[in-house]
Design a protein around this ligand. Structure first.
Ligand SMILES: Cc1cc2nc3c(=O)[nH]c(=O)nc-3n(C[C@H](O)[C@H](O)[C@H](O)COP(=O)(O)OP(=O)(O)OC[C@H]3O[C@@H](n4cnc5c(N)ncnc54)[C@H](O)[C@@H]3O)c2cc1C
Length: 475
């Protein structure tokens, strides 16, 4: 029996209506169908949403291609090797990316629908009404609702921006021709990833940000990444105020103020990566009595409930933890709670996050400053990659690992890694923190030699001893 949206006949066609057919929407719909529910999955735009179409998949394959170009040029760090690679056809690269996107969209979204008898896919722009959902002029009679409408690129408040053409992460990954020069505005993870990708494939890139790169990362990590990007030729400018933006001499020119000086930076194209806005406009959220949080996302409690009984929300539209696996996780909980009585709580305390630069940045848990602001007395250990045999063998010692622990209990509180494939190593720290390991426990754990993940053991041992004085694998 519904508690938000009964029809006059007091009968629902669906147990659950899911608005948005992206990762969160599919996760909610499949979870509910597995429970035996009848689900209306309402999609608008390209099925599959952000991750497969314009987010994770296209960006990561382009980043891998750029890594291949870079790796050839970087081979000469081994005496006796020389290499060179370049983009011979940007158009072919984009076409191959589109092909991958199309294949994964078909396999991971479209082809799944017939596998679940309980899911009815409906196309159109859904809108909430006082007592349910309206689609294409008809009421959808449903027991519960999950809003999973995702997010869109945000536009910063820079005077003149509305009068110049600018790229978003979506359109930048669709460019038919590679830009000669690019000004990336915004130093979050999408800005850093795409700036490096374009630079490595041959675009002259300037990356600007009001604060510093990756404001969520440990300062040591952000500072090192800034240096590595600069070493590769990306001009990184941090700590700026944006004055205005205009067309000038066939270029787009951004006037900035930094350290009391006014300066103009220009490029053939501008890419804006200053965050994502939750997709709530036109949905009728506030009219339906659903509260928005201060950042504009739909406010949910730890059970994924909105302020309106029977209506849940998950994924980017909540404005928090905007990663695809968190969208899927939150949506799964929302579906189970909607159908079975709200017993499951969302917990992101050991949520890993990754920035797919090279070296990658990955983290979990609290930063040193974050732990201190919660009242912990902290201790930290930083292991540079030049202490990690794997990095020495690879002749690539860019990076570091920082661990944060509670001084009183020795329990690990947080970890960040800046290392090649650091994303794979962070999962060890997810488990270590989730299951309450101490720095002693981690330092005494057996790790394989020579691996990057072994750096975690060295960093853990670094709390008690000088790891430079250890023999290979000792300790
Ligand atoms: C460039 C880029 C790179 C990224 N890389 C990664 C990565 O490497 N790893 C990672 O974990 N995350 C990554 N992300 C984030 C990830 O893509 C998102 O967190 C995730 O896709 C959000 O899923 P969602 O289901 O909440 O929203 P979406 O996937 O956006 O789905 C929402 C769907 O709802 C539809 N919709 C909106 N309004 C309505 C309506 N009224 N009626 C019907 N349908 C509607 C939309 O059209 C859309 O199809 C990246 C994002 C970007 C932009």
């Amino acid at each position: 029996m519904c508690d938000c949206c009964e029809t006059n006949e007091n009968r629902n066609d669906y147990d659950l209506a899911v608005i948005g057919a992206g990762s969160a929407g599919f996760s909610a719909a499949i979870t509910a169908a597995e429970q035996g529910a009848q689900v209306a999955l309402i999609g608008h735009g390209t099925i599959g949403g952000t991750c497969v179409n314009v987010g994770c998949v296209p960006s990561k394959t382009m980043i891998r291609a750029a890594e291949a170009v870079h790796a050839a040029g970087a081979a000469s760090r081994f005496p006796g090797l020389a290499g060179d690679a370049h983009v011979s056809s940007w158009g072919n690269l984009i076409a191959a990316k589109d092909d991958l996107v199309g294949t994964l969209r078909q396999k991971k979204y479209v082809d799944l629908l017939p596998e679940y008898n309980g899911i009815t896919y409906l196309e159109g722009v859904a809108r909430l009404t006082g007592n349910g959902v309206v689609l294409n002029g008809s009421n959808i009679a449903t027991g519960k609702i999950i809003i999973a409408t995702g997010s869109s690129p945000a536009a910063p408040d820079i005077p003149g921006l509305a009068d110049v053409p600018w790229l978003t992460s979506t359109t930048a990954l669709e460019l038919p021709e590679q830009p000669r020069s690019l000004l990336v505005i915004g130093g979050g993870y999408i800005g850093c990833e795409l700036a490096q990708m374009f630079a490595r494939t041959g675009t002259k890139v300037t990356l600007v940000t009001r604060s510093r790169l990756l404001p969520e990362a440990e300062p040591e990590i952000a500072e090192a990444l800034t240096r590595y990007l600069a070493d590769e030729g990306v001009m990184v400018r941090t700590g700026l105020a944006y004055s205005h933006i205009e067309r000038r001499d066939g270029q787009i020119a951004l006037t900035i103020e930094a350290n009391g000086k006014v300066e103009t930076l220009d490029a053939e194209q501008i890419l804006v990566t200053t965050g994502r806005t939750p997709n709530t406009s036109g949905l009728g959220v506030t009219e339906a009595g659903i509260k928005l949080a201060s950042q504009g996302g739909i406010e949910v409690d730890d059970r994924m409930r909105t302020s309106k009984s029977g209506v849940y929300a998950a994924g980017d539209v909540t404005g928090r933890d905007q990663f695809v696996y968190m969208a899927a996780y939150g949506a799964k909980l929302a579906a189970l709670n909607a159908l079975n009585g709200n017993s499951l709580a969302y917990d992101s305390t050991t949520m890993p996050w990754v920035v797919f630069t090279d070296p990658q940045v990955a983290g979990v848990g609290l930063t040193e400053a974050g732990a201190q602001s919660l009242g912990f007395e902290t201790k930290t250990s930083v292991a540079r990659l030049d202490q990690v045999p794997r990095a020495l063998a690879a002749r690539d010692t860019r990076g570091l690992i920082k661990l944060v622990a509670d001084k009183k209990t020795d329990r690990l509180l947080g970890a960040q890694i800046l290392a090649p494939e650091g994303a794979d190593s962070i999962q060890t720290m997810v488990l270590a923190i989730k299951f309450g390991m101490t720095t002693q426990d981690l330092g005494a754990t057996i790790f394989p030699y020579l691996t990057t993940v072994e750096g975690l053991k060295l960093a853990a041992q670094g709390f008690g001893k000088d790891v430079a004085k250890l023999s290979c694998c000792a300790g």
